[in-house]
Design a protein around this ligand. Structure first.
Ligand SMILES: Cc1ncc(COP(=O)(O)O)c(C=O)c1O
Length: 406
């Protein structure tokens, strides 16, 4: 198999990484390679519709802006959460109509606001008075969605220090200011934090959203949109089901009116498990105990690191678990090992101490669940290339109607 990044290869029943590795010339490449399963993204939408049928997902582009992912979700009919002019361009360029987009960065550059106005992307989030004035001046017929802060007690990446007005202190004042400036506030939004592990956070936030809705309506805003943000797990469907149960119950209690449109901004949910990263060991060092000369640690140097795909190890505290592709793996002795990235920076440490069989230069190792907040953030620091992507899709496609958003 040759490497061609614009082609989609098809597989029969299940994507088999070992088989792909056998057939592909990964070992000859300098850079790491992603194996992307586009059918997995489709299956995620199926899962979403099964457990959260009332909520329309607006995929958070920042999580993984690969054009093939955007196209896959665009064809399936999802909405999109964009944070910048370039993200808007990417999504609009994938034949997505502006009403399927929310511009969900509450602090925007004026040129980006103007671009959204020209493109008629009406739904924009806001969380402070300066942005309200900015919209008044540059996009007065937009639909303001008031973002408030309501965080989970535990999340991989909390967002509340940066975004969201205080629902008790500022929300009412912002709603009144918008009213005084003759701006429309049409809804409210929150984000409990990316990689949320306190599910009750959704219940608390939905309860607060209800109060903001009620006050907005009281002062004459036509509130008709609730945006419950992101935070859903990408590689744990059981946890997703549990969150969905919490969300559904809270919506039933506070937003049972079917006239209210409910949307969400899932990022990692759709893409995390769709990507496996294949790295090559290009160098190795054995550390011996100074006293007895015994092998203490084997250090492997990979062709990707924390300034590349593994930036999630630093920014999201991810723990990445490698998979080797040696034969007879059950019977192989294991050694304390450490994985480093390719740069000359000592921060470039991928793993803590882990146990691996004896590997050699040229051997490949894979990492599952690498689709969220990885390569879009990767840099070419120290002159190392960012990875390539190979796309795969199941031959027997799920009946398109089954998971298409109408
Ligand atoms: C405004 C906004 N929406 C959605 C997301 C996606 O979150 P997640 O990937 O946790 O679903 C983020 C992530 O940072 C965000 O900032």
């Amino acid at each position: 198999m040759r490497l061609n990044q614009s082609e989609i290869s098809h597989y029969d029943k299940q994507l088999n990484t070992r088989e792909i590795i056998k057939k592909t010339n990964f070992k000859d490449l300098d850079e790491s390679v992603y194996i992307c399963d586009l059918s997995s993204v489709e299956q995620k939408l199926y899962l979403w519709q099964r457990y959260l049928p009332r909520i329309k997902p607006y995929y958070a582009v920042k999580c993984n802006n690969d054009p093939m992912i955007i196209k896959t979700l665009a064809d399936l009919g999802t909405g999109f959460d964009c944070a910048s002019k370039n993200e808007l361009k990417l999504v609009l360029g994938s034949k997505v109509s502006p009403e399927r987009i929310i511009f969900a960065n509450p602090c925007r550059l004026i040129s980006h606001v103007e671009y959204s106005r020209q493109q008629k992307v009406f739904d924009v989030t806001v969380d402070n008075e300066f942005e309200v004035y900015k919209l008044h001046k540059h996009y007065s017929n937009s639909n303001l969605i008031l973002r408030f802060k309501s965080e989970a007690k535990a999340a991989k990446c909390p967002l509340g220090d940066k975004f969201g007005c205080d629902p008790n202190v500022n929300a009412a004042a912002l709603l009144l200011l918008a009213k005084a400036l003759d701006l429309k506030v049409t809804g409210t939004s929150f984000h409990v934090g990316s990689g949320c592990s306190e599910f009750a956070a959704y219940d608390r936030a939905i309860g607060k959203a209800k109060q903001i809705f009620d006050f907005g309506k009281l002062i004459g805003h036509k509130m008709n949109l609730l945006d419950i943000g992101g935070g859903f797990p990408g590689a744990n469907d059981e946890e997703f089901e549990k969150i969905a149960n919490v969300v559904n119950e809270s919506l039933e209690r506070d937003f049972s009116d079917p006239g209210i449109k409910i949307i969400s901004e899932p990022g990692r949910f759709f893409v995390e498990s769709a990507f496996t990263l294949i790295c090559k060991i290009h160098a190795k060092r054995e550390v011996l105990n100074a006293m007895n000369g015994k092998l203490e640690l084997v250090m492997y140097y990979l062709n990707d690191g924390v300034f590349g795909s593994f930036n999630n190890v630093i920014s999201y505290n991810e723990f990445v678990l490698p998979q080797h592709y040696l034969e007879n793996e059950q019977s192989l002795p294991l050694y304390k090992s450490l994985l480093w990235g390719p740069t000359c920076d000592a921060v470039d440490k991928i793993s803590k101490h882990i146990f691996l069989p004896h590997l050699n230069r040229g051997d490949l190792i894979g990492f599952h669940n690498m689709g969220a907040y990885t390569f879009p953030i990767a840099s070419e620091f120290n002159g190392f290339q960012v990875p390539k992507i190979l796309y795969f899709k199941a031959k027997k496609e799920r009946n398109a109607n089954e998971c298409q958003i109408k």
